[in-house]
Design a protein around this ligand. Structure first.
Ligand code: GUN
Length: 280
């Protein structure tokens, strides 16, 4: 058997088109501020694509570039200015930050109503309580992909591989809120392969190139590969050995072109959600 590929590029394009329609109907232009500290080339690439996608959806994108030696106080002052700016609905501070800046202090300084990353403890708490709030973009994108692909979630035996604050933990919360039966596995889990094999739905978010092998995947499972790992030869691979997994799975997301494009689409969705909640 060969798995169906879930085309994230196609789903993300449809979602971005929906967002553009929502934006066009608003009596104002939603604003998204992206703050980039330092000159990490990968972060610069992400920030440029976020800005382009925002503009294409009718959102006013504002990129604020700060030097690598920016102090924590200066960054907090920038965030305070954006919190107070009525034209800005969403604030994203690109991570990682340079070592002189405490990441958590910056996350907690962002107005929770403008926290389009969903990283503020207020939004984390709301998600874990199952109450409305802003949800981290990558796990939200996975939920949108699952809905598009018609994957049944209620009661599904689900394994989330990885427990990061950006993906694994919010992913487990979203799936639990959607009535999945969720196990979270990680680097200290005994017999990861056996845990994976029990899953009807497997979400891999560990950041280890091709760690999930074909024989870790149950027949007819759905595999969502969140990993984006760069090999020595420059090619991008996921956390799953895609070709092997395809022989077992019913459906799988490719890397690139699976979950990745959904993250930016969901950032735009969160910006519009934040704008509508804030501006009424
Ligand atoms: N760096 C890598 N992923 C992310 C993300 O989702 N949000 C932010 N702010 N920085 C990141």
């Amino acid at each position: 058997m060969s798995a169906t590929l879930i085309d994230g590029k196609q789903v993300a394009a449809a979602l971005r088109a929906e967002i553009a329609v929502r934006v066009a109907a608003l009596p104002y232009t939603p604003g998204l501020a992206v703050v980039l500290v330092g000159d990490d080339p990968a972060s610069a690439v992400y920030v440029r694509s976020k800005d382009r996608a925002a503009v294409a959806a009718g959102i006013a994108g504002r990129t604020i570039r700060l030097p690598a030696d920016t102090t924590e106080a200066a960054l907090l002052a920038t965030v305070a200015g954006l919190n107070a700016d009525p034209d800005i609905d969403g604030i994203l501070v690109q991570l990682p930050l340079p070592p002189q800046i405490r990441q958590q202090a910056v996350i907690e300084a962002i107005d929770p109503a403008k926290d389009v990353d969903g990283f503020h403890p207020m939004n984390v708490g709301r998600l874990h309580d199952g109450r409305p709030g802003l949800v981290p973009c990558t796990p939200l994108g996975v939920m949108r992909l699952l809905a598009f692909a018609g994957v049944p979630i209620r009661g599904a035996r689900t394994l989330v591989l990885g427990r990061s604050a950006i993906v694994g933990k919010p992913m487990a919360a979203l799936l639990t809120n959607a009535d999945a039966t969720v196990t979270v596995a990680h680097s200290r889990t005994r017999d990861l392969a056996a845990e994976c094999r029990r899953a009807e739905l497997l979400v891999a978010a560990v950041g280890r190139a091709e760690m999930v092998r074909g024989d870790w995947v149950a027949n007819d499972a759905v595999v969502i590969d969140v990993g984006i790992n760069r090999r020595a030869d420059g090619t991008l691979v996921g956390d799953c050995a895609t070709a092997e997994c395809t022989t077992h799975a019913a459906a799988i997301t490719p890397v690139p072109g699976g979950v990745g494009p959904m993250t930016i689409a969901c950032l735009l969705e969160n910006t519009v959600t934040a704008a509508q909640a804030r501006r009424g």
